[in-house]
Design a protein. Structure first.
Length: 288
């Protein structure tokens, strides 16, 4: 069975590897399709697609948008088969990128105040920036905290510094994100649904609301799901007539997450990517 990974991050958001490196890793692992879905960023797509052409990996242009839905914030919507060159969409993302850069600086300022209070040397923004290679996210600050001996590992960095010094993100309304993905020819998919709420009754309500707003699919197969979660998500997808997708949410710094296979048990069938592409093609054809 041909396998895929439709949820990977590069250093253009909070991953640590270059898009071309991720595509080479996918080729090495024999994956048929890959989607680099950076947070509110599409800058890595052209590089990934060029490398995919060279190595025979089908790279699907994608993005992961941070949205809010009612009282739920930081809900993630994936957009697949998008026109990543659309100027209005890129302008919208630039606003979110600026907000994220400001957030990274604000978090670092709070951490540095905490370090100075403990009579420790502050972190340099340039060091964090060179670690990030692009937009500064919390994982990049975490890596520098570990490298400087201020935390044992990433988990410790989050517990001691990044969670207490967090600064809220800026979010797009869910309906706007879904409409925008559709406007640029894309297919919208709810990422890692169990991170929204562990209460299945509430999760079903969220999926129902998003489906009414035009959501196309659910990321059924992902690292944050146990087997029974995946079975439940399959049932939800069936109930609301949604496509199913899957991916590792690989960032390149996790000890226990591998591109393609996640924590070892992930195996996402190539047919799921084909269904996403079919829906995008149908829509394109109906608008032609």
């Amino acid at each position: 069975m041909k396998l895929i990974d439709l949820h990977v991050h590069s250093y253009h958001s909070d991953g640590v590897l270059a898009p071309a490196v991720l595509v080479a890793m996918a080729a090495e692992r024999g994956l048929a399709s890959l989607a680099i879905a950076d947070h509110d960023a599409v800058e890595g797509i052209d590089e990934a697609m060029a490398e995919g052409m060279r190595l025979g990996v089908d790279v699907i242009p994608a993005v992961e948008l941070s949205v809010e839905l009612g009282r739920f914030s930081d809900v993630h919507i994936l957009g697949y088969c998008i026109d990543h060159h659309d100027p209005a969409f890129r302008d919208k993302l630039a606003g979110f990128r600026a907000a994220r850069d400001n957030r990274g600086k604000a978090i670092l300022d709070k951490i540095n105040r905490r370090l100075l209070h403990s009579r420790k040397a502050p972190l340099s923004y340039d060091e964090v920036l060179s670690m990030a290679g692009g937009a500064v996210g919390r994982p990049h600050i975490g890596r520098v905290l570990v490298d400087n001996g201020y935390a044992r590992d990433m988990e410790d960095a989050f517990r001691r510094y990044l969670i207490p010094c967090n600064v809220p993100k800026r979010y797009m309304p869910a309906g706007e994100a879904i409409a925008e993905i559709r406007r640029i020819g894309g297919v919208s998919v709810l990422a890692h649904p169990p991170t929204i709420t562990e209460d299945r009754r509430r999760l079903r309500q969220v999926v129902e609301q998003l489906a009414q707003l035009g959501l196309d699919g659910l990321e059924v197969f992902n690292n944050l799901c146990f087997k029974d979660d995946m079975l439940y998500l399959e049932r939800l997808a069936e109930e609301f007539g949604l496509l199913m997708t899957g991916g590792s949410d690989f960032h390149g710094f996790e000890d226990d997450v591998e591109l393609g296979s996640g924590r070892g048990g992930l195996a996402v069938a190539h047919s799921l990517a084909e269904k996403v592409k079919e829906l995008a093609a149908q829509r394109k054809h109906s608008h032609a």
